[in-house]
Design a protein around this ligand. Sequence first.
Ligand code: SER
Length: 318
Amino acid sequence: MKKILVTGATGQIGSELTMALRDRFGADNVLAAGHGRPPLSKLQQSGPYCSFDVRDASVLRQVVEDYQIDTIFHLASLLSAVGEEKPQLAWDINMNGLLNVLEAARVHGCAVFFPSSIGAFGPGTPAVDTPQDTIQRPATLYGITKVSGELLCDYYHRRFGVDTRGLRYPGLISNVALPGGGTTDYAVDIFYEAVKSGHYDCFLDADTQLDMMYMPDAIDAAIWLMTADGRKLRHRNAFNITAMSFTPRQLAAEIQKHLPGFTIGYRIDPVRQAIADSWPRHMDDSAARAEWGWRPRFGLPKMVEDMLEKIAVKLGKG
Ligand code: SER
C-alpha cells in the first residue's frame, strides 16, 4: 500500500478511514475522492482531494493512472433504506461503481477493499450465530448489490488475480460523519438526540436486535485485512465481523446510566423495520478471527461512554 485511493471518502466510513490511512501511510499518499456530500474541512485540507462519480469509468481510470494508485478502498455506495427508495439508482451506483473500480484495478494492478454488510443476508439466513458460509437471499436491493459485489470480487480474484478483500460490516456507530440513509442509523441518531434534547423516537421496535460496531474498530478492521498475509485468506471478500449485538431498548438503558433523564419512544418505520427483521441478530465471526486475527476493542459500555463524550464536545455541551 503505497498510493491509496478512497472512494466515498466524504461518507460515514470514508471520513474517518481516510484520516487513519493518512496517519499511517503518509498524507500525500492517500487520495480522497468524494461526490455529492461536501468534504469535512479536515479531510480536504489534510491531503489530496478530488471529486468524481464512480460510475464514470474513464475518469476513474485516469485518476488511478495519474496518481499511480496501487490500492483502492471502494466505499462509495447507497445504503439500505435509501436503496429501497431509489432501487434503480442503488443498482447503478453500487454495481457499476464497483465494476469500474475492479476494471481499473485489473488494468493497473491495484488491490481492492470492498465493504459488504449484514445486509447481504436475508430472511432465510440463520439469524443467530449466522455462519460465514450460509444462505444469502437478501430482500433489499442494497443486499442484492452486496451479495453480487462479494461474488464479483471473488470472480476478479479468481479470474484475473486482482487482490480483492472485504468485510461484512454490521451497523456502524460513529461521531464524525453521519450515515446516509441506513437501517442501523438509529444507533447514531440516538446519541445526538440524547445530548441535544434528552429524548429519542426510534424508528425500529424496542427489541430489534442487530450486530453493531464502533467506527474505530471498523477502521482498524479494514486496514488490518488489507495488510494481512493474503496467503492465509480463504474467505477473502466477505468476512463476517461483529463487535456487539443489542436492541434499541438495551442501547437506551446503557445511555441512561450516563444520562438518567434520557427517555426513548418508538415510532416505527415499517420499511426499515422489515429490513432489520430480515438481517442477522448475531453473526459468527470466527473465520475473520482465525484467518487474520480479528478482534474488536469496543463493546457496548465502552462505545456508549466514548460516543456521549465525543457528541457532547461536538454539540458544545462537553
Ligand atoms: N448500516 C447499513 C445500513 O443500515 C448496513 O450495512 O444500510
